[in-house]
Design a protein. Structure first.
Length: 574
């Protein structure tokens, strides 16, 4: 602040630096969460700063891009704008809006084009002279990563629709390879043209120039094993990548040939996932699993504890994916066999969440019939789809003993929180979700009537050991149903930590108690109003995360392990 009165000490800096060279001296360009792009000299002195616009929509998360001649700097912002700025004086040359938020770094094409992806799921090619959009290509998921430029001028882009999309320099699709989970990191192009990517399921892929798998390897078992970073090429030709497990994995490119018996390896050339089977100007309703991955099988299976999340996918005149927007006022649902539920609709994501009041009927076939109106490719359309779902039968294997005896109750440490939908919130604060740990305990169970009360409290990290602290701020009480080891309870709470102070209007926590004790299929579905989060409200609206009534909902998975401490005691009088 002593050098720049506009600087914000509380702002976050992502660490993405671009280096320039002027008259033999290094200059540094850095974008920040305070909506400023800074140019600093080699002595650490501020040369100029450039303001992108009102806070927080002008946040800069990506690395600034310097033109080949070093005279222009390009940046993208969370408001979905691209700015061209003079490198010498920091003056604006032009500002052009794209679609959704731009969280990644722009790439410079072989012929001078600017390539980037956005949270609207599009890959863009833009003219560096004036920001004119040459073309855009729509994927079916948000794009968090940078676009990689191929030797012949084409591009490879990764999307949360699980796909690696290879396009020519004019935006025409060459091929799509579908992995088995969303991809958030940038693709790496090897010297021989092979493409390397990591995904949310902890798999590292090697894909050839024709869109066929050479090999893939599971780096570590789930659940907390997301490969959200971008692969790097080592000097000896091996590939390394970082994981949310806290590990860095390295594999030689010839490993799959030398050790084909490794059970973690797959060399089948086909995709691990499939894309939607839609024609031109059509749509389909697709189940998203508990991790947010679309399931395109004919009759997908869900757990009795699940929240049913359906996404509408649409195509344009040429059969390519088109961004769709559902009108929530027109949506009508018919579920058979019927059960009580509430419905949360995310219009911009074209996502419908059916939140059951109870457990779903085990072994039953559900039929969901949905109708309504939506907009795709700039055109208003109507949809009418029936989707059949299979509820899993009674699970095999031992169920944890949930008996409350004496003064003690069974306890769990809930962690490895993973935000499934919307992915935009995950991108905002993934580290915060991974950092949270809670102790949870059933304090009342009525087997005869299938009732349960669960209480929980946040845990403090004491030298790598999570311990209960009396008077913890994050606490909750939830009540609901219990049957055969499976449960679904609802409540309210306030979530404080990592810069957030969020009163959660309602949450639903569900899963299955297993020996350990632990919880399988742990899922939390929560919703609140953006007005409960004044510090984030504008940002959530700018990024189109809030619905038409300024509500925000989120689906989170978690893992649970036995609580080791002596602090879980039955509450007196319950």
């Amino acid at each position: 602040p002593s050098k720049n009165p506009h600087a914000h000490l509380a702002s976050l800096f992502g660490g993405h630096l671009a280096l320039g060279l002027e008259e033999g001296r290094v200059t540094v360009y850095a974008g920040c969460d305070d909506n400023y792009l800074y140019k600093i000299d080699s002595e650490g002195r501020l040369i100029w700063d450039y303001f992108t616009g009102s806070y927080p929509s002008g946040m800069i998360w990506g690395k600034p891009l310097l033109s080949h001649d070093g005279e222009t700097v390009y940046i993208g912002t969370l408001s979905g704008e691209v700015h061209a700025i003079t490198a010498k004086g920091g003056e604006s040359l032009w500002i052009k809006p794209a679609g959704g938020a731009i969280a990644s770094s722009l790439s410079l094409g072989r012929y001078g084009e600017l390539f980037f992806g956005g949270y609207d799921g599009k890959v863009y090619a833009m003219a560096p002279e004036d920001g004119s959009i040459f073309w855009s290509y729509q994927t079916m998921g948000m794009i968090c990563s940078s676009v990689a430029v191929l030797e012949d001028g084409g591009v490879a882009a990764c999307s949360c629709d699980r796909g690696v999309h290879c396009l020519d320099r004019f935006g025409k699709r060459r091929w799509v390879y579908y992995t088995d989970a969303p991809i958030k990191g940038s693709p790496l192009i090897g010297p021989d043209g092979k493409i390397y990517v990591g995904n949310d399921a902890g798999k590292l892929y090697c894909i050839d120039v024709h869109g066929k798998r050479v090999w893939s390897i599971l780096t570590s078992p789930p659940p907390e094993n997301e490969l959200n970073s971008s692969p790097s090429l080592c000097a000896d030709g091996s590939i390394c990548i970082g994981s949310t497990t806290g590990d860095v994995f390295t594999i030689s490119n010839s490993y799959y040939e030398k050790f084909p018996e490794d059970e973690r390896l797959t060399t089948d050339p086909g995709c691990d996932g499939v894309g939607p089977d839609t024609g031109p100007r059509s749509s389909m309703l697709v189940l998203s699993d508990r991790f947010g991955t679309p399931v395109f099988s004919r009759e997908p299976t869900i757990a009795a504890t699940d929240v049913i999340t359906l996404t509408l996918y649409a195509t344009d005149d040429s059969g390519v994916a088109a961004r769709s927007h559902v009108d929530p006022r027109t949506v009508r649902l018919e579920v058979t066999p019927s059960f009580g539920y509430s419905c949360r609709i995310e219009p911009d994501a074209a996502r419908i969440n059916i939140v059951p009041d109870t457990l779903l009927p085990k072994g039953e076939e559900l039929s969901v019939y949905a109708t309504g109106r939506y907009v795709a490719a700039g055109e208003a359309r109507e949809f009418s789809h029936r989707l059949k779902l299979k509820v899993a039968a009674e699970e095999e294997g031992p169920v944890a003993d949930m008996e409350i005896s004496g003064d003690c109750v069974p306890g769990f440490v809930i962690g490895a929180l993973r935000l499934s939908t919307p992915k935009e919130i995950d991108a905002l604060s993934q580290a915060a979700f991974h950092a949270y740990r809670f102790a949870a305990a059933p304090v009342y169970i009525d087997d005869a009537n299938g009732l349960m009360i669960v209480v929980g409290s946040s845990l403090a990290d004491r030298g790598g050991v999570f311990e209960y602290v009396p008077g913890a701020v994050n606490r909750f009480t939830a009540s609901g149903v219990f049957s055969g080891g499976e449960f679904a309870v609802s409540g309210t709470m306030r979530l404080i930590g990592e810069g957030a102070n969020v009163p959660v209007d309602r949450f639903r926590m569900s899963g299955r108690f297993v020996e350990g004790p632990g919880i399988e299929y742990g899922t939390i579905f929560a919703w609140t109003s953006v007005h409960n989060m004044p510090g984030f409200a504008e940002l959530l609206k700018v990024m189109n995360i809030a619905d038409s009534e300024d509500g925000v909902s989120a689906k989170i998975t978690f893992a649970a392990a036995p609580f080791p401490g002596p602090h879980l005691r039955r509450i007196h009088g319950l």
